[in-house]
Each structure stands twice: as C-alpha cells, then as structure tokens.
Design a protein around this ligand. Structure first.
Ligand code: MRU
Length: 370
C-alpha cells in the first residue's frame, strides 16, 4: 500500500539480502520508523512487544525469525529451539504456529547445508502468498460492499464499522478486513469507516486511522462503546473485522471487544462479516470459546496510555489509581452464530463447518487433524 504516495510493505528483506526490515508499529501514528531484525532474539522480541503484530504478519515475521536463527546454527536442535521460542511469543493467533510448522516441515527435509537458503526462499514464499491471498479477499469483500451499496439505493455513503487493525500493517500487504474497503474505495464506492479506537493498545485509533488516512479513505475514530449506539440509529451498514484464529465451525477469535460488536450487530440486524486468510483456520478445533487460548498481556497496557504531547514529545501517562488491580485480556471469541459470513481468499461462505468445507473441500474428513 502507499505511504506518502510511495509503495510500502510491513516486512521486507533488506538490500544486504539477509536482515529483515519492519515498520516499528509501536511508534505509529506519530513516527514512521523502520528497524532491522538481525537475530532470532530480535525477531521474537519484535513479535512479543508488538513492533510487528496482526495474525498474518506475525506468521511472516516468525518465518524470517527462523531464517535468522538458522544463520547462527543450522542444526535440527537449533531449528526446533527457534520454533519453540517463536511459537511462545503470542498464543492466540494461529498463523504463527501455521507458518512455523510450514517452515519446520520443509527445513527438516533438507540437509543442514541448504537450510539457510531454503528458509529464506520459504519465508519469501509465505509473504508473497499472503499478499496474493489478501488481494483475493479484497475482491470478494468488495463485491459484498458493492451489493450493500446497491441495497442501500446508492444514497449517501456506505458506513462500515471495523475493530482493531486488520489492514496492511497486520499482514504483509493489503490487509484482511480493510482490503475490501481499499478496493471498494479505489473503485469509486463512497465508503466511510467507523474506526473503533480498540483499547487497550488503540490499534484502531493509531494504525487503522493512519492507514485509511494514507489511502484517502473517509473515516471517523470512535471510542469502543459507540458502535451499538450507531447501529441503533442506522449509522452502520455493515461491520467487517479480521480474526486471529477461526475454528472449523466458524467461531472467530479477534481483538477484545469484537464479540460485543457482533452482539450489537445481531440485535440491530446489521451484517457482521469476518475476513480471513485460510492460514487463520485452526481445523483442529471447533468450539472457540472452550478451545482457543486467550492471550493475557501486561497490565500496564491498561493502566497506562501513550500519546504525543502538544510539544511533540511522546509520553506515557498512568490513568488508573496506583493500587487498583487491572486485567488485560487481548482477544475474545465471537461464536459463528453471530457471524453473517466469512470472506476468504476462495470466496464468501457461511460461518459453519459446511460453509468452510464447501470452500476447502480438501479438508473434508480431515477436521481435527491440523
Ligand atoms: O494484538 P494484535 O494487534 O496483533 O491483534 C490484531 C487483531 O486482532 C487483528 O484483527 C487480527 O490479527 C486480524 S489481522 C488481519
């Protein structure tokens, strides 16, 4: 996507041919700073501190993390250790495990002497596949937006609500939930996006708003509790979010607060779509509430907030009394019954086992086996 008119991705191989460039997303929207990852430890830290975040992007970053690990040690033991270290960085997004398993299976099959070059080839392939997948999601989702616009009679603007950041910063390029929005906007549809700020880390206010601004898509940032009110007043035509893990029956784990938006959408007859690459589907589980591990992060993300002071300085301030307990659940699960449809790279389907299997028939009979 474009930043200040120039094409950019969220992760890339540096001109030296081995180190990995990323955008430090903890500094957006106040500063666009890129940084180089040169070791396994740096890659793991970038994922756990959320310099890179978003389910598909952490999968790609982990793939490159393995490349960096193998540069230091190409042995079987080092490969397995690096997979363990990277897998432990964030527990909910399944793409991380998916990318590591893809890489590990292939790399064990080649002799150690060839592992580094094969790892870089594989990591690049994962990134390119992500871009192609998201481009397809953009096409399928934009058709839904066009249909919603036609149903509305082509009057006013098409109001889409989104939660967290499922744009190109959460992937290698394009994004998932935002991809159809970029596509529809580029095709001339008058899309307007309600952007949930998404406490505690404010990925909506800081990242989604920044992406939409860069691309010229009209949008309005709202605090997390506004969506229900807007839906009651007919101000939301549809919702689209991403997902960090989708079960075989279509339950979706996404950023904390997504479930409440889906409940409000159901109560108000507003369509609630979830956009996902198939790498986000965990075919081994069905019941998301019972089976998806929910990441709990440091309480300071709740008790403190970071922003830019009027003098331009970036500062972190405390907003909770000293002594109050805080809890920081990073994700919640929206059951399939609240999801109108899933938007995948192979098309749109009902959020159900049958819906997913119709698009991914090769998985029929394989559910439960990964
Ligand atoms: O904690 P984050 O910022 O990694 O959470 C990101 C989300 O919840 C996104 O909606 C999700 O990864 C889907 S991304 C395309």
């Amino acid at each position: 996507m474009k930043v200040n008119g120039k094409g950019m991705r969220s992760i890339w191989l540096e001109p030296d041919g081995w180190s990995v460039g990323i955008i430090d997303q903890t500094l957006l929207p106040h500063a666009l700073v890129t940084t180089r990852l040169t070791t396994l430890a740096e890659a793991a830290a970038a994922i756990s501190t959320m310099q890179v975040r978003g389910a598909p992007l952490i999968g790609s970053a982990a793939a490159y993390g393995l490349c960096l690990a193998l540069r230091a040690d190409r042995s079987d033991a080092a490969l397995d250790d690096a997979c363990r270290i990277l897998a432990a960085t964030r527990p909910t997004a399944i793409n991380l495990r998916w990318a590591l398993e893809e890489m590990r299976d292939r790399l064990h099959a080649v002799p150690p002497a060839e592992r580094v070059s094969e790892a870089y080839r594989q990591a690049a392939a994962i990134c390119e596949a992500d871009v192609a997948t998201n481009r397809a999601i953009a096409e399928h989702g934009a058709t839904l937006l066009r249909e919603a616009w036609n149903r509305k009679g082509g009057q006013g603007r098409l109001n889409v609500l989104t939660h967290c950041n499922a744009g190109w910063l959460a992937t290698v390029d394009w994004g998932t939930a935002l991809a159809p929005i970029f596509k529809a906007h580029d095709a001339g549809l008058p899309v307007h996006v309600w952007v949930d700020e998404t406490r505690p880390r404010n990925q909506g206010a800081s990242l989604t708003a920044w992406e939409l601004l860069q691309h010229g898509v009209p949008h309005t940032v709202i605090v997390d509790n506004v969506g229900g009110h807007l839906m009651q007043h007919g101000e939301v035509d549809l919702c689209i979010t991403g997902t960090d893990r989708t079960t075989s029956r279509g339950d979706v784990a996404n950023k904390i607060g997504t479930y409440l938006k889906a409940l409000a959408a159901k109560d108000n007859g507003v369509a609630f779509y979830v956009a996902l690459p198939s790498s986000t589907i965990d075919w081994t589980i069905a019941d998301g509430v019972a089976e998806i591990p929910i990441e709990q992060r440091d309480g300071t993300e709740v008790s403190e907030i970071t922003g830019r002071l009027m003098n331009g300085e970036i500062a972190t301030v405390r907003i909770v009394p000293e002594g109050s307990a805080v809890a920081n659940y990073a994700f919640d699960v929206t059951p399939a019954r609240l999801v109108t449809a899933l938007i995948t790279e192979r098309g749109v389907c009902p959020a159900s086992s049958e819906g997913l299997l119709a698009l991914f028939p090769e998985r029929r009979g394989n559910e439960g086996r990964g």
